[in-house]
Design a protein around this ligand. Structure first.
Ligand code: ADP
Length: 581
């Protein structure tokens, strides 16, 4: 490692100016007598501008600076799952650390344990030709996750000259190549550089979340990008939890960014304890948590997103599907704003740096479904929470995000007030994957899936239009067909869209059940429409027992059996009308 020493010239919060070193951009440096970790973010003449990941109080001009010549990197290998890290991958040994007693300054702790051993099982033999990115064996990282050990992508191709099964520490050599390169369980990767893959694939498979409003109306693809903007208390955290708990991904990387210590503690204590519904084990067994509370230095918060993304890419390279959650990207943008102001850069809108949009898009662009170097399919779906002040979506971070992400799940304060959860506004949310995913839904759930979705969307839109008239003249003044639209829209909202995250059964709704439930609401609509045509009065419809029963279907264990009965009952009630005519 080349290291050069210079000295501190100026300190402004997290930003330090150094002279006497000639680093490359993004080199990691150690600042001051306490050797605080920092990164070179600008070079101007003989001055290097450094953002420091630790509190700089007490650092004075004249103190030494050491350039490591290395970029900010993360350690990748077995042991990431279940870990809780700070923004620069220092393990937080306990949640208590979030509440003030942070890791002491200048502490350098490795991301992966150097004492723990892992059983490595080779998948190739001595004499095999191998390429960068190729898997040469596995480690059972958790009872449910086979962690592939891959040739680092920066390595040259070669032939395995030595490989053995056994228990290894992450930094011990498990295999050697004929060109002298040594492979360990662990590798390193610079966080700001996307890890390579062989090709990007169409995002044409949905990430099933079990949340009806998301899967049915605004689906996200595996490898897709989504934003959840919403004011305080609208359900961002509950939604992120639901996604982590239920979505069909193999690994969850959760970056908690800039919330207050106690809020984060809540998230971090609850989150790993949640049950992973696919395996019955704790959710922590498929989760990597990165936590940066508001009392931790802003520069580490800026880095945390990249640290999380690099870890996600590493698991993607094993051919896995990853959900990456960032909660919240607004706090991340605020960290950029603070650093930018310390750099005395020309501020853009609301003081955010002019490069806010490009930073946001660089981040979301690292999502995607890809063919890996090892010819597997892997995907990273990125879901970013956005917390605009006062729920105002016109501010720069929400707007910047909107231009990039393909799915927008807008949480709405008014819906929250009505206790309509999830408070996803169906009129201004959208998914640009709907069309691409329509084939998958048609082939795997039901041929008429796209039509049914369109029917439901139209009904809700018609309701919104009719509401304006209702406010003026009342619903009684509307013709029966329009009153039916209002009634059916209400059923869609209450029976289908509302979903209780805390109800044992309702918390997750299988995709087939989502289809069936909406289909029953449409059948109801069609039958009543015929009845109205035959002269049945609208008020009778409101008294239908089967309609009441339909409202409870989502809480039923025997969903199909129950709905069969409800629909039979509806048929019977319609027959009775006919007979009584
Ligand atoms: P935010 O993170 O946006 O501040 P939270 O996720 O903490 O908001 O949600 C606030 C409250 O809203 C929760 O404590 C819960 O009572 C309610 N809530 C949100 N989403 C749901 C849901 N899907 N089902 C039931 N309750 C919900």
């Amino acid at each position: 490692m080349i290291s050069k020493t210079g000295e501190v010239q100026r300190v402004a919060g997290p930003v330090v100016t150094a002279i006497g070193i000639s680093p490359r951009m993004y080199d990691v440096v150690f600042v001051g007598n306490d050797r605080l970790m920092g990164e070179v973010i600008r070079i101007s003449g003989n001055k290097s501008i450094i953002q420091v990941y630790e509190e700089t109080t007490g650092v004075c001009p004249g103190e030494p600076i050491e350039d490591t010549g290395q970029p900010l990197s993360v350690e990748l290998g077995p042991g990431l799952i279940t870990s809780i890290y700070d923004g620069i991958q220092r393990p937080l040994p306990g949640i208590m650390d979030l509440q003030g007693t942070n890791i002491s300054r200048g502490t350098s702790i490795e991301g992966l344990s150097r004492t723990k051993t892992w059983k490595f099982v080779p998948a190739v033999e001595k004499g095999t030709s191998v390429l960068p990115g190729q898997s040469i064996g596995t480690v059972a990282e958790t009872p449910h996750l086979e962690h592939k050990i891959m040739i680092p992508s920066a390595f040259k191709p070669g032939i395995i000259s030595e490989i053995s099964e056994g228990d290894f520490k992450v930094d011990q050599t498990i295999a050697t190549m004929d060109n002298g390169q040594e492979i360990q369980l662990m590798q390193k990767w610079p966080v700001r550089i996307p890890r390579p893959y062989s090709e990007k694939l169409m995002p044409d498979i949905p990430l099933i979340t079990g949340q009806r409003v998301l899967d049915f109306f605004f689906p996200i693809a595996k490898g897709g990008t989504a934003a959840i903007p919403g004011g305080f208390g609208t359900g961002k955290t509950v939604t992120q939890h639901q996604l982590a708990k239920w979505s069909d991904s193999d690994v969850v990387v959760y970056v908690g960014c800039g919330e207050r210590g106690n809020e984060m503690t809540e998230v971090l204590t609850e989150f790993p304890e949640l049950e992973d519904q696919r395996t019955g084990a704790k959710l922590s067994l498929r989760t990597v948590l990165i936590a940066n509370t508001s009392n931790m230095p802003v520069a580490a918060r800026e880095a945390s997103i990249y640290t999380g993304m690099t870890i996600a890419e590493y698991y993607r390279d094993m051919g896995l599907s990853i959900s990456m959650m960032a909660d919240s990207t607004s706090r991340w943008a605020e960290a950029m704003r603070e650093i930018s102001s310390r750099l005395e850069e020309m501020p853009g809108e609301e003081g955010y740096p002019a490069y806010l949009s490009s930073k946001l898009s660089e981040f979301y662009e690292r999502a995607g479904r890809v063919k890996t170097l090892d010819h597997n399919e892997g995907a990273i779906s990125v879901i970013g929470a956005v917390s605009p002040q006062g729920g105002d979506f016109s501010e720069p971070v929400t707007q910047g995000t909107l231009r990039i992400v393909k799915v927008f799940w807008a949480l709405d304060t008014k819906l929250r007030e009505k206790r309509h959860f999830p408070a996803v506004n169906w009129l201004n949310s959208y998914s640009l994957y709907s069309e691409t995913l329509a084939d998958w839904f048609s082939q795997n759930v039901a041929r008429d899936w796209p039509n049914l979705v369109q029917w439901a969307v139209n009904t809700l839109q018609r309701e919104a239009e009719l509401q304006e008239i209702v406010q003026l003249v009342g619903s009684d003044a509307l013709p029966d067909e329009e009153r039916l639209i209002l009634e059916v829209a209400r059923m869609i909202r209450e029976f289908f869209l509302q979903q209780d995250a805390f109800h044992d059964i309702d918390s997750y709704c299988k995709i087939e059940n989502q289809y069936r439930l909406m289909k029953c609401i449409k059948d109801f609509n069609d039958r009543i429409s015929v009845a109205l045509g035959a002269g049945i009065s609208f008020d009778k419809i409101l008294g239908l027992q089967s309609r009441e029963e339909l409202s409870k279907a989502k809480y039923e264990d025997d969903f199909d059996g129950y709905l069969d009965q409800v629909m039979e009952h509806l048929q019977m009630e319609c027959r009775l009308w006919e007979e009584s005519k």
